[in-house]
Design a protein around this ligand. Structure first.
Ligand code: FES
Length: 202
């Protein structure tokens, strides 16, 4: 695609931007490319919702978008991952059922252990609850550097070693005190998520 075509596309997108921060396709995973699709800084600063097209999201795939200047992860979990989430115990996790910090870390309508509206689609703010680094996505089972057989996939924060499972629940005994934040969101359709707006407000 020529530079002229890119400029034309970008201009058309910015012209069409309204209160919603444009639909972000699943293919746009890389940060630099994503940034080029984000509209004005003014719209982002205002906390406009972000629409994310998940029609092409495959199990295990994670897409990152920006919402209120924070990274938000949307990723797809398969049945094995969901089953593994049920295997964690109170000894493994600091707040397995989200009862200790549920008010601050997730909307009231997120009540199940998988911490999502639809079990297979996870949505969470990708900011470590210790000091704000962005953890690394480590979905592979049994990663040798993260505990071997006991590692069921999750997120690892390299800053001070905090670990989270694939529901964003924090491991026990790590620096991060609480689970990752689940932002307000809802499904506009089966293939479109709107981050930043509760279901009842849609
Ligand atoms: S910021 Fe993540 S462990 Fe400290």
């Amino acid at each position: 695609m020529s530079g002229q075509e890119i400029d034309l596309k970008k201009r058309r997108f910015l012209t069409n931007a309204t209160s919603v921060v444009g639909a972000v396709g699943v293919g746009f995973v890389a940060w630099p490319f994503l940034s080029s699709w984000m509209p004005s800084a003014r719209a982002k600063a205002a906390g406009a919702p972000v629409d994310v097209d998940i029609s092409k999201l495959e199990p295990g795939q994670l897409v990152r978008v920006l919402w209120r200047k924070k990274p938000v992860w949307i990723f797809k979990r398969d049945t094995t991952t969901l089953a593994n989430l049920e295997m964690f115990t109170d000894e493994d996790l600091a707040d397995k059922d989200g009862t200790k910090d549920s008010k601050s870390q997730q909307p009231a309508y997120i009540t199940q252990s998988h911490r999502a509206i639809k079990a297979e689609i996870a949505v969470m703010v990708g900011v470590c609850t210790h000091l704000g680094c962005s953890p690394t996505y480590r979905p592979e089972l049994g990663a040798a550097d993260l505990g071997g057989d006991s590692w069921k996939g999750g997120f690892y924060c390299p800053c001070h070693g905090s670990k989270f499972d694939l529901a964003g629940r924090v491991y026990a005994g790590v620096p991060a005190p609480t689970n990752l934040v689940v932002p307000p969101y809802h499904f506009v359709s089966d293939s479109l998520i709107r981050v930043g707006v509760d279901p009842k407000a849609s």
